[in-house]
Design a protein around this ligand. Structure first.
Ligand code: NAD
Ligand code: DAU
Length: 339
């Protein structure tokens, strides 16, 4: 089987490529990635020499370039991870989110149609459901929860999901969609909560907690997400949406305190800063469908996953130090300077 994976130089796509080439060494994996600020070729160094792997530096909105790769590779399956993924950046500059997340998705699906109705999987997010109140722990997102977005990021992802469903109904494209909760693990770009707090802790820098730190996220170890996608692609029902999450809800401030404790630092580093605009209160996934239909369950407990993740950042300082020494400095100053 030949699989095109977009966004493979990013956090989840990169972890997926490592997972896939280990689990299915007979498959060919072709990565399409534009290498935006969030893409790091160093993430793919361990597989670059694998004869079953090819990297193409390409924008998923580049129709001609994408069609050429399809013509050369004749893929059986496409998994679309590529996206602008950071909510704060979408609040600052929505345009590129609409371009990559919506137009890019359409371009990938047009290629699938043009080359023989190729199997297409869209990597989506629980953020398309909006948020849940903090005082209703009995409520969860199911696949039937209406789309109700808050940020330009989540709106662009919801737009993409609607297009995927439209391509299925209108053209019969064999699609599936997964909507996952917050991931954490190796190769996570240090603009996101967990790697940012680990990096800042290790550099004894202030830890910027938005608002009162009470917002809740449902954290899943990235490898568990990769396993879920692999299952959906192989055994999922065509046209269906699958929620992916691990019933592991935690308030941001508790995550930050845990990282401080693991690294033996002081809580004095915590700095409460101005809240994110439109900040979603709580995400919580009901994963009953993927469990009952495909037998998926998260395997890594948060207590183990966070230790493994912190250890990875300690062991791979060069990976994240290179990132935070470049353009990231300007981003950080702009995002946190006057907060
Ligand atoms: P990321 O920002 O770490 O990586 C995105 C990758 O896409 C980068 O390598 C980047 O270079 C590439 N890319 C961006 N624009 C591109 C374009 N126009 N053409 C080609 N490549 C492009 O993102 P991530 O956290 O790994 O998220 C991957 C996917 O999973 C996204 O679709 C995101 O919406 C979804 N998701 C993420 C999470 C999470 O917790 N991180 C949870 C649920 C769903
Ligand atoms: O739920 C899935 C989503 O999870 C994905 O679709 C997104 O691509 C991914 O970025 C993530 O979105 P969040 O906005 O939840 O992740 P982030 O790491 O940016 O923030 C997590 C929480 O931590 C959120 O409540 C905001 C807060 N936060 C974040 C940062 C970066 C802080 O308090 N301080 C910070 O500096």
């Amino acid at each position: 089987m030949t699989i095109i994976v977009t966004g493979g130089a990013g956090f989840i796509g990169g972890n997926f490529i490592h997972y896939h080439l280990k689990k299915h060494p007979e498959d060919r994996v072709v990565c399409i990635d534009k290498l935006t600020y969030a893409g790091n070729l160093s993430t793919l160094v361990p597989v670059m020499d694998n004869p079953n792997f090819r990297f193409c530096k390409l924008d998923i909105c580049d129709r001609e370039g994408v069609f050429k790769v399809f013509e050369e590779e004749k893929p059986d399956t496409v998994i679309n991870f590529a996206a602008e993924s950071h909510v704060d950046r979408s609040i600052d500059n929505p345009g590129i989110f609409l371009q990559t997340n919506i137009i890019g998705t359409a371009t990938m699906m047009d290629s699938c149609r043009a080359f023989g109705n190729i199997r297409y999987h869209q990597v989506s997010t629980d953020e398309v459901y909006g948020d849940l109140p903090l005082d209703r722990p009995d409520l969860f997102f199911t696949e039937e929860t209406p789309i109700h977005t808050s940020s330009p990021y989540s709106s662009s992802k919801a737009g993409a999901d609607l297009l995927v469903q439209a391509y299925h109904r209108t053209y019969g494209l064999p699609v599936t969609i997964s909507r996952c909760s917050n991931n954490y693990g190796p190769y996570h770009f240090p603009e996101k909560l967990i790697p940012l707090m680990i990096a800042n802790c290790l550099n004894d820098k202030p830890l910027p907690v938005y608002g009162e730190g009470k917002n809740v996220r449902d954290w899943l170890y990235v490898e568990d997400h990769c396993k879920a996608i692999d299952l959906i692609v192989r055994k999922g029902r065509i046209g269906e949406v699958y929620n992916v999450g691990g019933h592991n809800e935690m308030a941001n401030i508790d995550i930050v305190k845990l990282i401080i404790k693991e690294l033996g630092k002081s809580e004095d580093l915590i700095t409460y800063v101005t809240d994110r605009k439109g900040h979603d209160l709580r995400y919580a996934i009901d994963p009953t469908k993927i469990h009952q239909e495909l037998g998926w369950l998260p395997e890594t407990k948060f207590a183990d996953g966070i230790k493994k993740t912190i250890q990875w950042y300690l062991d791979h300082r060069e990976w994240w130090e290179e990132i935070i020494s470049g353009e990231y400095q300007h981003y950080y100053e702009k995002m946190y300077g006057n907060r």
